[in-house]
Unconditional design. Sequence first.
Lengths: 117, 117, 161, 161
Amino acid sequence: MQVRIRAKGETLVVQMRGELDHHAATGLRMEIDAKLAENKIKNVLFNFRDVDFMDSSGFGMILGRYKAVREKGGKVLACSLRPPVRRVFELGGLTSRIPVFGTEQEALDDLWGGEDG
Amino acid sequence: MQVRIRAKGETLVVQMRGELDHHAATGLRMEIDAKLAENKIKNVLFNFRDVDFMDSSGFGMILGRYKAVREKGGKVLACSLRPPVRRVFELGGLTSRIPVFGTEQEALDDLWGGEDG
Amino acid sequence: MTSGGERMDNYLKLEIPAKSRNEAFARVVVAAFAAQADPTIDEISDVKTAVSEAVTNAIIHGYENNPSGTILLSATLAGRRLEITVVDYGVGIEDVEMARQPLYTSKPELERSGMGFTIMENFMDEFSVVSLPGQGTTVTMARVFDGSLPGKPEQPYGREA
Amino acid sequence: MTSGGERMDNYLKLEIPAKSRNEAFARVVVAAFAAQADPTIDEISDVKTAVSEAVTNAIIHGYENNPSGTILLSATLAGRRLEITVVDYGVGIEDVEMARQPLYTSKPELERSGMGFTIMENFMDEFSVVSLPGQGTTVTMARVFDGSLPGKPEQPYGREA
Ligand SMILES: Nc1ncnc2c1ncn2[C@@H]1O[C@H](COP(=O)(O)OP(=O)(O)O)[C@@H](O)[C@H]1O
Ligand SMILES: Nc1ncnc2c1ncn2[C@@H]1O[C@H](COP(=O)(O)OP(=O)(O)O)[C@@H](O)[C@H]1O
């Protein structure tokens, strides 16, 4: 899996490409946690646009970040879920904890709207 | 492998897509021979544009058609070879027996030019 | 040879070491094998997910991330019915009933979600686990590629009340 | 455990029946396995061709198209060196030297070109055949993914006089 991680204001945008399984999740978890330890990051947005596969290990990694970020008062969001990924999100009840958006921009708008209001 | 076989005048144009191995060659051989038995067909043009793999079984099938067609006074031609297919053609010395063209049109022009002259 | 035997169209038996990069490899192998039976994209995606869960469990739980462990993956195709077996010779499971509960995991510290068995059960038509503590675990699952949703090949779209 | 042992990064052992549709399957399996070592497109294409030849020979010659025969394909990856073994328990080869000659085939009626062994030899760095008549045939071949042409990993482009 290929990953690009950028900071957009207080939000870390994690753009993934490929298959999010245990092998990929193990590496990605460490990368994200290193960035989370940095300065001003509060929220994490997972962009699934180019992810065509996720299993329960990927699910566990997302849930783990959700718990860590929430403890520090931040939010975890997801966007651009394809059907196979959405299926696993729903089966595990992740959609009731993590807001899911159609596009990255919609997710960021929601966060920034929330900050203004 | 997917195949489309058309008659263009006296020439059978065999357009292939996929991998030309023993499994594919076995079926294709029968299809071509059935058409060759028909009426006015004299020549065979193999269009390799969408063939990304050929092994010695595909090679043997081409060589077999070459021999059968030549016996009846016709020609076998090939066009649009990709590098992996060209490699096998050359290793087996097929390029010295079967004229290879860049495009289907060039091959047909050559045949028709020959008929006129 | 014998009459009444199940028609077996193809099979594979694969042995691979318990390395996490083989999770993706196992998915490719099963997807390429299953392709012969012309599954839909959703069907192949479900099967890949279930295989990924079983192989990952063998690596993480069965062998506790020791890559010298051996995983056996076998698959048979009879018509459009795909059966898959994943075997490890690892630590085994004391209480299979408990292990199968959604959200149950023995390794929360590894951020396991406890959803592996639940996914296998929901994404396949048939699913079973046999395990002997200290000897290993065998997961067997099957899916019929008939375009219906998993778990209900005879009555597509008919389960919801 | 032992010192001086060759570093083995990954392996697979695959058993499949001698069916011609498994020729393509064997190629996919080896290509997916080899992908870990980052081969070039040409390298992977050469390896797929060599595997296709060996598996096809097992089916056509070893088992004379009897699909109840069993083919064992194994592969190991040590760094960027891929070694592949294809085994059948079929009729075997009386005279391996003759069989290896370019254009030699015992089945011209099947339109075999006699180029299979020649392709394996030319597309891989190392190649050997061991066969016992009546017992079967083992083909072993290796390729190092270093971007050089096959057969000459140490001196790329250097063979022609
Ligand atoms: N192959 C296995 N070997 C040993 N234990 C296993 C195996 N597969 C599953 N288990 C046990 O069953 C539990 C539940 O598995 P699962 O539903 O896949 O969730 P998870 O992998 O997230 O823990 C695991 O936590 C583990 O204790
Ligand atoms: N696995 C095998 N079992 C028995 N005979 C074999 C096997 N592989 C090759 N041979 C023999 O070696 C000959 C040459 O093989 P090859 O170069 O691949 O050409 P071809 O397959 O076109 O005949 C075959 O014709 C056959 O007699």
